[in-house]
Design a binder for this molecule. Structure first.
Ligand SMILES: Cc1cc2nc3c(=O)[nH]c(=O)nc-3n(C[C@H](O)[C@H](O)[C@H](O)COP(=O)(O)O)c2cc1C
Length: 212
């Protein structure tokens, strides 16, 4: 019998988030929360949802791994010819969401997405194990494939032709989302959650508290 999932609810309340205890720099605040999630060894602590919007204004979202971040933005790697790659080309605005249930925390980040330079993409590409580099080079991400077997055959042919020594394909590399908005969310009792938003305005991060 189907479990009545409507009744699934979890009461939050392990921590608070006040305007007075946050860092005035949202990148630093992100770092504080992210490092806690990593230190706790949460599974896929660097997994985030990326939402993009297509040329015909249709949103779509998928999980990606955050591979780097600093005051310039948040970096991820993918196939430039994928569905998300097509969206970003047509409309460079995107949104990221991190959710760490064990910490009762969510972070939303919004901004404009740009391609990383080829040197940074090369650096990350060559840090990856050869199996992942091969998959990235062969898989026509987001396109229809006839079967899994055909993909395996394409991989075998690529390995035979190239071995371990091949360049990063031009269609695969990094993007950086350059934020103009962050929201830090901490779960609280009775759904009276804490929400603090940072907006980049006039060269400054303006901080406000939002209703839950
Ligand atoms: C935990 C997790 C991590 C993922 N990391 C990546 C990633 O870093 N890069 C990537 O291209 N796809 C990653 N994927 C696969 C994407 O969710 C998605 O299937 C793929 O990028 C194609 O998306 P698109 O068709 O919208 O372009 C990940 C999926 C999961 C569940």
């Amino acid at each position: 019998m189907k479990k009545d999932f409507k009744k699934l609810r979890h009461e939050y309340g392990m921590a608070e988030l006040n305007k007075s205890d946050i860092n005035s720099n949202p990148f630093t605040q992100f770092q504080i929360w992210f490092e806690q999630a990593v230190k706790m060894e949460l599974p896929d602590a660097n997994a985030m949802t990326l939402a993009t919007v297509s040329a015909d204004n249709k949103p779509s979202a998928r999980i990606l791994l955050l591979k780097d971040y600093n005051e310039k933005g948040f970096c991820f790697f993918t196939n430039y010819k994928s569905r998300k790659g097509g969206d970003i080309k047509a409309n460079p605005y995107g949104a990221l969401v991190f959710f760490w249930p064990e910490l009762e925390r969510q972070i939303r980040i919004e901004g404009k997405i740009e391609k990383l330079d080829s040197k940074s993409s090369d650096e990350y590409f060559f840090e990856r194990p050869v199996g992942s580099r091969t998959a990235a080079s062969v898989s026509p991400q987001s396109e229809e494939i006839e079967s899994r077997e055909i993909l395996s055959r394409m991989i075998e042919t690529f390995k035979k032709d190239n071995g371990d020594d091949f360049k990063r394909p031009a269609f695969w590399g990094g993007y950086r989302l350059v934020p103009d908005l962050f929201e830090f969310w901490q779960g609280r009792e009775n759904r009276l959650n804490d929400r603090i938003e940072y907006n980049f305005d006039n060269n400054n991060w303006r901080i406000r508290t939002l209703a839950p």
